[in-house]
Design a protein around this ligand. Structure first.
Ligand SMILES: *Cc1c(COP(=O)(O)O)cnc(C)c1O
Length: 498
């Protein structure tokens, strides 16, 4: 048991003892990890899986390859010795209770770590503000929604009623009648994209996929998996699709149908592709309605736009064909999940009957998580449209607050309209990136202001960042990086653009 490896790094050690109980009460009322005996397991150092050498390597590669894409250092993929070995229980284990005690301590230590990491998270699109305690007891059920949610199969332990309830809620949101849509609860935004683009490909086997170069990587993965020809369209500085470039590509390929991926909130800059302009561009290039398919990737922002006044709307009243969102992003859900919705008449392009499960094979996965629809149903029922409206407003206000403070402090920073993703110059200090779990690309980093990110948390982050930054700039000895090509000259404070 000597290689149990769950001690906190120096900084976490400093934080942990004071924060753990308050937080754990909020998250798990009946479980406070410090009440367990820690001494049972000898402490060995914890590694994040990225040692400092790797970080240096990674940075070198990033600045070197020039396309802003993050390259993963190969050593990160190698098996590290810091893992939780699974040991065979000793013969007399039931008497000594050693294994049980060991497992309890491991879980307690990890819980402490996860609580701390939950508290200091700003960089990814995960809403951590939820409480599903009422659903704790459902863990005993092997829910599985294998097959088509609208066809009752032979497996009885399912949550299809919840799933269809969730889908109907989204159908109202995206303005399509109950009888006119088909959809399902997916394993996340990626599966939604894989499904939407597959429906497009099956409708138009010789179609060309058009996606902006800032589309999510799952879109290009779909293109590879389905062996589709794919055109990467240029983007504006904001991160949205450049319809001038799109037009040029469409005109070059007028003989082939167009399968469009539209991103509603890009991952890095939170940019919203202009759906109306894309539709107009397709028309101008001579693509009639029966020669294009539009999939809207709304992973995060697809659940925010409908609640904003004066926002461009993503709705099935427009000539679009499918929309997907993630469930663990704006809604907040402990397991990854999502929703995919498509016009009902299209789904027959995918379907084939499977006798074994007495259903239709129209999804990407076989077995499907039957817990996720219940979590989504619970969250949507609790919040309602009004709850979402409040959450969205709060996030946009807090994002603006963060952007204004960073700007006042003299940083390069950008915030797109209707976005909760604040993009700024990459901190020159890996500690702060790791501590706050910022996500970075090339010279920029971002904070995604989710409903669990409060002004108080932002204030702490800002003061740490500003202090560190003044240390590395050393009163003008060093200069901040130029980020004009990432976020525009007007937002860049490097010596050239200030
Ligand atoms: C996060 C994201 C996805 C992928 O969603 P997962 O739920 O992580 O699979 C797809 N598209 C965009 C724009 C995203 O931000």
């Amino acid at each position: 048991m000597n290689n149990v490896d769950v001690t906190l790094n120096k900084r976490e050690q400093k934080m942990a003892p004071t924060v753990v109980c308050a937080e754990s009460q909020a998250l798990h009322q009946d479980f406070c990890p410090t009440s367990l005996v820690f001494e049972l397991v000898p402490a060995v150092s914890y590694s994040l899986g990225i040692n400092d050498n790797n970080v240096v390597e990674q940075k070198k590669e990033q600045s070197g390859n020039g396309n802003g894409r993050k390259e993963v250092a190969p050593s990160q993929n190698m098996h590290t010795p810091c893992c939780l070995d699974i040991k065979e229980p000793e013969a007399n284990d039931e008497l000594t209770g050693k294994t049980e005690a060991y497992m309890k301590v491991v879980l307690a230590r990890y819980t402490q770590r996860w609580l701390e990491r939950t508290k200091h998270h700003l960089g990814y699109q995960i809403n951590m503000d939820y409480n599903y305690d009422d659903l704790d007891r459902l863990q005993r059920f092997s829910f599985n929604n294998c097959g088509d949610p609208f066809i009752e199969g032979n497996y009885g332990v399912h949550s299809r009623d919840f799933e269809v309830g969730v889908l109907d809620w989204f159908a109202r949101l995206w303005e399509i009648n109950k009888g006119e849509y088909w959809g399902y609860v997916t394993s996340g935004g990626t599966e939604g994209n894989l499904h939407g683009l597959l429906v497009g490909r099956e409708m138009f086997p010789d179609g060309i996929l058009y996606a902006s170069k800032e589309s999510h990587y799952s879109v290009f993965k779909a293109a590879r998996m389905y062996r589709m020809s794919c055109v990467k369209v240029e983007t504006l500085v904001s991160g949205e699709i450049d319809c001038v470039d799109l037009k040029a590509s469409l005109l070059k390929n007028k003989d082939k149908p167009a399968i469009m991926n539209i991103t509603i909130g890009t991952t890095v800059k939170g940019a919203i592709d202009d759906l109306d302009l894309v539709i107009q561009t397709l028309e101008e290039c001579g693509f009639p309605r029966n020669r294009f398919y539009i999939h809207c990737d709304g992973a995060l922002v697809g659940l925010m736009l409908p609640f904003l006044n004066r926002a461009p709307q993503i709705t099935f009243k427009k000539p679009i064909d499918s929309i997907s969102v993630s469930g663990h992003k704006f809604v907040g859900c402990p397991m990854p999940c999502g929703v995919q919705m498509v016009r009902r008449e299209h789904i027959n392009y995918l379907s084939s009957n499977v006798e074994y499960v007495a259903s239709r094979d129209v999804t990407i996965m076989g077995s499907r998580n039957g817990h996720a629809p219940i979590f989504l149903w619970y969250a949507l029922s609790r919040k309602g449209y009004n709850g979402f409206k409040k959450d969205v407003q709060k996030c946009l206000n807090n994002a603006r607050y963060l952007k204004d403070r960073l700007k006042e402090a003299g940083l390069s920073v950008m915030l797109n309209r209707l976005s909760n993703t604040v993009v700024f110059e990459r901190p020159q200090d890996e500690d702060i990136i790791r501590y706050w779990q910022l996500s970075c690309q090339g010279n920029i980093a971002h904070v995604v202001v989710m409903p669990n990110v409060t002004i108080k948390k932002l204030d702490t982050f800002i003061s740490e960042l500003v202090e560190k930054r003044s240390n590395w700039l050393k009163d003008g000895e060093n200069q901040p990086p130029c980020v004009a090509s990432d976020i525009g000259k007007e937002n860049c404070v490097c010596p050239l653009h200030k």
